[in-house]
Structure formats: structure tokens, C-alpha cells
Design a protein around this ligand. Structure first.
Ligand SMILES: Nc1nc2c(c(=O)[nH]1)N[C@H]1C(S)=C(S)[C@@H](COP(=O)(O)O)O[C@H]1N2
Ligand SMILES: [Mo]
Length: 247
């Protein structure tokens, strides 16, 4: 297949279509792509014993991801929700399994609202910032499974945040750390990341109006999905775990 045919195929596969019942400005994909603002970056390798680090003031707590995967210390739940990327693609009815983040914070900190703001950090460069109410809403999960299977690197292994009322960029993959903060954190994506990012209110961009960003965002969808899948296919085995400092 020539490069040109490959690109055309990606456009057919990943061009979002109009559909009834979606939030404002969204279009439908029938399959979930791998997606990122930096799609050519490799997915970070999963360590042998992955852990979640939680920082709150001078406290740090680590939780083995294995503790989140089975009954015992926590009670994993199954939730079916739609997913909405800021670039206007949506997919319907994803089946996640995970632990409500409220339960994790209650257990680890004895406190569901430890600070007014938070930052959730992935093992790649990625991070998202939150006001506390958005992060600890009832439907926010730390997910370990998608569609009945353990998460793969494609969709955020070993641990992923699922925050259904917010755009995709708040749904951090490969989660390694959650920091609680007294001040509003800077965004890792600059003004592109709205502080709240609520889908129902179409809070897409921190500064620019929706009518201006929807079109350019949508045009970028097929090539972004293509590059992200390619980076995953070409990722060398055993590529190193990246730490925050390598960003
Ligand atoms: N660690 C990490 N999390 C991330 C991203 C990323 O690049 N790295 N991209 C975000 C964006 S913009 C979207 S739309 C979703 C895409 O999730 P998917 O690749 O499982 O479709 O992941 C979000 N979480
Ligand atoms: Mo996104």
C-alpha cells in the first residue's frame, strides 16, 4: 500500500460522522482510536509492580495497582459510559472496570476532598489539572480494565483515569501520580486545556471560542489516530519507563 493509500484509508476509518444524541459539537466514531496531543511518542512501558503515588502536602502514599484490580482492599465496579475527545470525536458505551477515585482517596488519605485542586500525571509527558469537585465526582474511576480485558498500552495500561463528564484530555492514561494542591495548577497543555473541560458545557479550550477550534481539531483526527497507532506498532520491546524528569 502506498503512503497515499494509507492516508486515505485512515481518513475513511477515522473521520467522525454526524449522529443523533451526542453532546454539542461532537461526531461519532464506531471504534476507539489511540489518541494523544503528541501521537508520535511511545507509550511508556509498564513496570513489573506498578504503583500509584499520591501526594498531599508533606504526605506521600503509594498504592500497588494490583490492590485496585481485585476485591479485597477495594471494590472494583463496572461502568458503561461514552467518551468524548476535545477534537470532536466521540465513542459510545465503553465498558470500564475500576475503583471510584473517592474510594481510593478515602482509603489512602481518609479524606475525599483533601485540597481544592489536583493534578493527575501519566508516565509519559501527560498531565491534567482539576478542580476537586470534577476529580471526585461519583462517576470518576481509576480504571484497570476496558471491555472485560486488562488495559493494554493502547488505552493506558496499567491504570487510567476515566472522567466521563470531561473531555478526553482529562482522562489521563498510564497514571502514576496524583498531586493535591492549594493553588490552581498550570496546565501541561497550556491554554489548550480548559480548567474544567466539561463536555455538556462545551468547555473545550481555555481561551479560544468553540466555533474557532472545532474545525481545525476535527481535521487533525485521522492523521493523529494514524500516527498514534504507528508509534505503538513501532515501539521497541522493553522501551524504558519514562519518569516525569524525562519529559
Ligand atoms: N498519558 C496520557 N494520557 C492521555 C493522553 C496522552 O497523550 N498521554 N491523551 C489524552 C487525550 S487527548 C485523549 S482524547 C485520550 C485518548 O485515549 P485513547 O488513546 O485511549 O483513545 O487520552 C488522554 N489521556
Ligand atoms: Mo483528546
Amino acid at each position: 500500500m502506498s503512503a497515499r493509500q494509507g492516508v486515505l484509508r485512515s481518513v475513511r476509518r477515522w473521520w467522525p460522522q454526524r449522529a443523533a444524541g451526542l453532546p454539542p459539537g461532537q461526531r461519532l466514531l464506531t471504534e476507539m482510536p489511540r489518541f494523544s496531543d503528541a501521537p508520535k511518542r511511545w507509550a511508556p512501558a509498564v513496570p513489573e509492580r506498578p504503583e500509584l503515588l499520591i501526594r498531599w502536602g508533606t504526605q506521600t502514599v503509594t498504592i500497588p495497582v494490583a490492590d485496585l484490580e481485585r476485591r479485597g482492599r477495594f471494590e472494583p465496579v463496572d461502568r458503561i459510559v461514552d467518551f468524548h475527545c476535545v477534537t470532536t470525536w466521540s465513542v459510545r458505551s465503553l465498558e470500564w472496570r475500576g475503583v471510584p477515585i473517592r474510594d481510593v482517596l478515602g482509603d489512602a488519605l481518609g479524606e475525599v476532598r483533601p485540597a481544592p485542586f489536583a493534578r493527575v500525571i501519566g508516565a509519559d509527558h501527560a498531565a491534567a489539572r482539576f478542580v476537586i469537585d470534577d476529580l471526585v465526582a461519583d462517576d470518576v474511576l481509576l480504571a484497570t480494565h476496558l471491555g472485560g480485558e486488562a488495559l493494554t498500552l493502547r488505552h493506558g495500561a496499567p491504570l487510567r483515569l476515566v472522567t466521563p463528564q470531561q473531555y478526553g484530555y482529562k482522562n489521563v492514561k498510564h497514571v502514576v501520580e496524583i498531586d493535591f494542591l492549594d493553588h490552581e495548577p498550570d496546565g501541561a497543555y497550556g491554554a489548550k486545556e480548559h480548567l474544567r473541560g466539561r463536555v455538556a458545557l462545551e468547555e473545550r479550550h481555555g481561551r479560544l471560542p468553540n466555533w474557532l477550534v472545532r474545525g481545525p481539531y476535527r481535521v487533525a483526527v485521522p492523521l493523529t489516530a494514524r500516527w498514534a497507532d504507528r508509534a505503538l506498532a513501532e515501539r521497541p520491546d522493553g522501551a524504558p519507563v519514562r519518569s516525569r524528569d524525562d519529559r
